[in-house]
Design a binder for this molecule. Structure first.
Ligand code: SF4
Length: 406
């Protein structure tokens, strides 16, 4: 193997070669039990490394080709623009090789912005309301797999980019979390949730062939090896650049949605904005504060007292805060459209690609849902606004009246 541009040499190169060798061994050990393979690919660094390495190993005969290979690209519509653009380029390259690539998206009403601004469900958070990963990543992937399994005989081996490095291999631990720096949101879920999903049990096995890779090997592969002609001439360098190029390893940004409300910092977006080619996307920094603002009481309604659940039981948290008011949703919609318009005006002036976070169909659907007076299950819309001062109701039904009447 000769990679002229690599900064790796000597021992590190050897480690890289050993990591690839272990990947080959795991694919050759588990792969032949399955006629059909799939790849759960999010466009992030780990799954892109796993995917391009797999294609290279199949092309060169180091790993025996399965009967079918399907690549499932998880398109949340919320990806960082440079990653979404790199993914589009890589999809062309995969299709040029005759690989079946399917774009997996949540149905219109379940997409991130439509669910928040149309249905009124508040942005996800780390405490009580983490609906997003399952809804925009895991459920659509399950659905796509169910459809694929229906077309095939036998099981599918799903290849993921889950990567934990050496210590985790020792501990036999796979993280589900995507809040961690360096992690790729969704990959752990694909690894652990998909094999047990309805209609997929017994039809899906998962394999993480780069589980043992160190992060420096991922960067090395994306920046220097995969783009080289001998490894497939892949457009993976922009992925590494989006994460900070040569500093990517120290920055250690996580992969996920632009402005992810669950991440403490916005390392990934900040890193992208540092690059003069992408600095015109600065208005996207407005997303995170918008999500925070939408969770404030004056933008939401709340239960006035005790709440009886469908099961007949009394809910544990009386007077809980709930969905967004229509005014808040319209305010959020205008704000997102404005951020997008600002980015695109700058992109046009600079001759750079435009972004598409919220398209016309999604905007129309959001307005339609608001007009139809849509509320999430369990809410009628006649509940008080959440900043209304109410007597405090306890779970045992006791009421503490207001000290001062209005
Ligand atoms: S990146 Fe953040 S917002 Fe996107 S699915 Fe993951 S946790 Fe949710």
């Amino acid at each position: 193997m000769s990679v002229q541009t690599s900064i790796f040499d000597g021992g590190q190169r050897l480690q890289m070669t050993e990591s690839i060798e272990l990947t080959i061994q795991s694919l050759n050990a588990y792969g032949p039990d399955h006629k059909h393979w799939g790849v759960a690919w999010s466009g992030g660094k780990d799954s892109s490394a796993a995917l391009t390495l797999l294609a290279y190993l199949l092309d060169t005969g180091r790993v025996k080709r399965p009967e079918t290979l399907t690549v499932f690209y998880a398109d949340t519509r919320m990806e960082l623009p440079p990653l979404a653009i790199a993914a589009a380029q890589m999809m062309d390259e995969l299709r040029d090789r005759g690989i079946d690539v399917r774009v997996v998206r949540a149905p219109l009403d379940k997409r991130f912005f439509v669910y928040i601004l149309g249905r009124g469900v508040p942005p996800p958070n780390n405490n009580t309301l983490r609906w997003c990963t399952r809804q925009i990543k895991v459920d659509p992937m399950e659905e796509a797999l169910r459809a694929r399994v229906g077309e095939l005989d036998g099981s599918i081996l799903m290849i993921t980019g889950v990567r934990q490095g050496e210590s985790a291999i020792r501990d036999r631990r796979i993280e589900m979390s995507c809040g961690k720096d360096g992690a790729e949101c969704g990959q752990g879920w694909y690894q652990q949730v998909l094999p047990n999903a309805r209609g997929l049990r017994g039809r899906i096995a998962t394999l993480a062939p780069i589980l043992h890779w160190r992060v420096c090997h991922v960067w090395e592969w994306l920046k220097h090896w995969a783009p080289a002609a001998e490894f497939g001439d892949w457009s993976t360098r922009p992925i590494a650049d989006a994460y900070g190029g040569d500093e990517a390893e120290e920055i250690n940004a996580r992969t996920g949605c632009t402005g992810c409300p669950l991440a403490q910092e916005e390392k990934a977006l900040d890193t992208v904005l540092h690059n003069p080619r992408w600095s015109h996307l600065a208005p996207l920094k407005g997303l995170k504060p918008l999500y925070r603002e939408l969770r404030e009481p004056h933008h939401r309604i709340r239960k006035a007292g005790l709440e009886r659940l469908k099961s007949g039981e009394i809910a544990k948290n009386p007077q809980r805060m709930g969905p967004l008011t229509f005014e808040a949703r319209l305010m959020g919609l205008e704000r997102v459209l404005q951020l997008q318009a600002e980015c695109n005006a700058a992109a046009r002036a600079l001759g750079r690609p435009e972004i598409d976070m919220l398209d016309r169909e999604e905007e129309r659907r959001i307005r339609e849902l608001i007009k139809a007076g849509t509320w999430p299950d369990g809410w009628d819309g006649d509940e008080p606004r959440a900043d209304t001062v109410l007597p405090v109701v306890y779970q045992n039904g006791a009421v503490q009246p207001l000290l001062f009447g209005e």
